[in-house]
Design a protein around this ligand. Structure first.
Ligand SMILES: [Zn+2]
Ligand SMILES: [Zn+2]
Length: 138
């Protein structure tokens, strides 16, 4: 999936949210304060510790960006952090979409998938990354 199609998917989801909740622009930000800042510090340090150990995950990175957004006091800084949150989320979606998946799984025929896939980037056979193989459930 291309970045453009992911952004189109986000626009569709915004439409769905609007249909469900209406205009929520009147809601207060609710960000900032010493507790949110302490949590942001913890998330930052978790991420740095994981990165130093070579074990950083998308969960670490997104948690850090979300915690930083929640710690911001001004609308300008909050907006800048929210852009980073959204960009990390898009990057994560791109990474999931890029995982090698067997054509059977891609076509929704999960029970037919033998569990193998072709990694286009590495040009080698690998395991099918479809979520249907997780936890032994197919
Ligand atoms: Zn599958
Ligand atoms: Zn599969």
């Amino acid at each position: 999936m291309t970045r453009t199609s992911i952004l189109a998917e986000l626009a569709v989801e915004r439409g769905r949210q609007y249909a469900k909740h209406g205009n929520q622009a009147h809601l207060p930000d609710g960000t900032g304060g010493s507790q949110a800042q302490a949590l942001a510090g913890m998330a930052r340090s978790d991420c740095q510790t994981a990165a130093a150990a070579g074990a950083v995950t998308f969960a670490h990175i997104l948690a850090e960006e979300v915690a930083e957004a929640l710690a911001e006091d001004t609308a300008a800084e909050l907006r800048a952090e929210l852009v980073q949150v959204a960009a990390v989320a898009v990057q994560w979606i791109e990474a999931i979409d890029a995982r090698p998946v067997n054509p059977d799984c891609k076509g929704g025929k999960h029970r037919s998938c033998a569990g193998d896939a072709w990694d286009e980037t590495a040009d080698t056979a690998t395991r099918c990354a479809c979520g249907c193989h997780e936890g032994g459930v197919r």
